[in-house]
Design a protein around this ligand. Structure first.
Ligand code: NAD
Ligand code: UDP
Length: 351
């Protein structure tokens, strides 16, 4: 890592941050946090997995403008045009790159679409950034980049690998960004490895909206709680965990948003190179514990049945949080009950 002078600050002028995929689940919550901390934001989204009313909802929460450019990262001209449009007004100080496809199962059925959207989209973004001299990038990576035979807790220096095309896109993009930063010492790149983001903004105005029947546990439980699905299917209760059900590191999406802010500021303080940080809580919670916590949040016991294990699932996954805490000062504040309460408020608001 190397320290250089950062020219992106100019006293009194808020820094403008571009959020690709900014209308999605994690991007929208991060936009709220950035606006509340005095940054300007611009969202770039093609709305392939989000709704056009999200920017307006962010404005309602924050009372600040949240411009959104409808563009597809696969379209080089449209992507570059977003940078051109803001160039005269000072351009972007940094980019947070959320845009991408994210469903593991779908990636197995449509690998070319996943490699195409996630890799090509990222390369177009890097090219546009280079052309417009923006060299600070925060990337949405995932705990899925850790090879399956690693022991818990997962630490940033563990070997990487993946078991599905989605995971490989994250491993490959991390490589591309690391090489980009190695080739040009002005780049500053954060690779943020999220564990299991859940919850919603406390206003109930923004949250996660998966299409169809959810694959992930929390949105599935939420649908059972509102009565759209009959019961939670527990994928295996014979794991080597305290109650036999799978253990994961769930993190509130607003804590995750805070992690982006800290990583972005770290990278803006003259630190150059590529850095990987886990964003998790370091606490493992089982499927049974989630069902119980959600039951407390919605005030009723949720029905469930035990099913066979889901192929490819691990017994227990949680983060080592030591590096992010030491280097970024990041520590998740919200517990499982708050995550379920905020998820429940959002689930009710949607029906
Ligand atoms: P999301 O689907 O809600 O948000 C992604 C956004 O990107 C959507 O609004 C979508 O319309 C947009 N998008 C996709 N392809 C695009 C393209 N080519 N051009 C422009 N916009 C495009 O997903 P999310 O949960 O907010 O996740 C954000 C990022 O974090 C993703 O890269 C995802 O892989 C990563 N991630 C998510 C999780 C999770 O559990 N949610 C965990 C680890 C990593
Ligand atoms: N899970 C479950 N039923 C579901 C979805 C998930 O029992 O309908 C379990 C799954 O086996 C894992 C945990 O819940 O132990 C979290 O799964 P999710 O898909 O949300 O996240 P990931 O497996 O990607 O960490």
């Amino acid at each position: 890592m190397e320290k250089i002078t950062d020219n992106s600050y100019s006293a009194g002028t808020p820094q403008r941050i571009l959020l690709t995929g900014g209308a999605g689940f994690i991007g929208s919550h991060t936009a709220v946090t950035l606006l509340e901390r005095g940054y300007d934001v611009v969202l770039l989204d093609n709305f392939s997995n989000s709704s056009r009313d999200v920017p307006g909802r962010i404005e309602r929460i924050t009372g600040k403008p949240c411009p959104c450019e409808e563009a597809d990262l696969l379209d080089v001209v449209a992507t570059s045009a977003v940078f051109e449009k803001y160039a005269e007004a000072g351009g972007f100080s940094a980019v947070i790159h959320f845009a991408g496809f994210k469903a593991v199962g779908e990636s197995v059925e449509k690998p070319v679409e996943y490699y195409g959207n996630n890799l090509t989209g990222t390369i177009h973004l890097i090219e546009a950034m280079r052309t417009h001299d923006v060299k600070r990038l925060i990337f949405s990576s995932s705990a899925t980049v850790y090879r399956q035979d690693n022991p818990v807790p997962y630490s940033e220096d563990f070997p990487l690998g993946a078991t599905n095309p989605y995971g490989w896109t994250k491993v490959m993009i991390e490589r591309i960004l690391t090489d980009t930063a190695a080739a040009d010492p002005e780049w500053s790149v954060a690779l943020l490895r999220y564990f299991n983001p859940i919850g919603a903004h406390e206003s109930g105005l923004i949250g996660e909206s998966p299409q169809g029947i959810p694959n992930n546990l929390l949105p599935y439980v939420a649908k059972v709680a509102v009565g759209e699905l009959p019961e939670v299917r527990i994928f295996g209760d014979d794991y080597d965990t305290p109650d036999g059900t799978g253990v994961r590191d769930y993190i509130h999406v607003m804590d995750l948003a805070e992690g982006h802010l800290l990583a972005m500021e770290y990278c803006g303080e003259g630190m150059t190179g590529a850095f990987a940080w886990n964003l998790g809580t370091g606490v493992g919670t089982s499927v049974m514990e989630i069902i119980a916590a959600y039951g407390r949040a919605c005030g009723k016991e949720l029905p469930y049945s035990v099913q066979p294990r889901r192929a490819g699932d691990l017994a227990s996954v949680y983060a080592s949080t030591e590096l992010a805490e030491r280097e970024l000062g990041f520590k998740a504040k919200r517990g499982i009950d708050e995550m379920c309460r905020d998820s429940w408020r959002w689930a009710q608001a949607k029906v």
